[in-house]
Write a protein that binds this ligand. Sequence first.
Ligand SMILES: *Cc1c(COP(=O)(O)O)cnc(C)c1O
Length: 220
Amino acid sequence: MSLQEIKTRITAAEAAADRPAGSVTLIAVSKVQPNTRVAAVLDEGQRCFGENRVQEALGKWPDFSQTYSGLDLHLIGPLQSNKARQAMELFNAIHTLDRPKLAKSIARLAQELGHCPDLFIQVNTGAEPQKAGILPEEADGFVAECRGLDLPVKGLMCIPPVDEVAADHFTQLAEIAARNGLAGLSMGMSGDFEQAIAHGATHVRVGSAIFGARAYDTQA
Ligand SMILES: *Cc1c(COP(=O)(O)O)cnc(C)c1O
């Protein structure tokens, strides 16, 4: 697979869903990939990237930003409150806001820093004990709480359970977003991004289909 092929497939999926061309943002998930592969994708013009870990991202993106302008960096992995400041300084968007304590830390830091990344609330649609995210039945209350803190919540994010029909989870996430007046839907990965687009994804997070298999897997 290549970046160009994925972009072609996204365009086709947008058309198949009667959605405007360009309505889906491709986040190229570069976690764990060697810098040479990331540089190749940057050279092809991609500017929007996703990372799982703050520390790993700090090790590569400040350097890349010396060479490449207009980077749009998204944190898609779990965020500890004690890394929130670093994350907010580096990333343009955080997709893993998932608990009140983190919301309060981000709100306080936003005051201090004078800016805040776009935020997506992660919903644990499969209610999996090992997975991060607010439970579906707590999502409405948490959205309201975040809005009360003046946080720029743009949408919701989910990672469907591996052994379940992803479309059911995409539908569920879209329903929660719609009833809360949220436009953003971060859903869909290498194996199911076209389905996610059919269900309204605005941001797809595609790693291995662009870069090739990861040498080891730190998937959260
Ligand atoms: C790693 C990861 C992806 C990308 O997964 P691929 O299957 O390689 O496309 C997407 N979202 C999250 C949250 C991830 O951790």
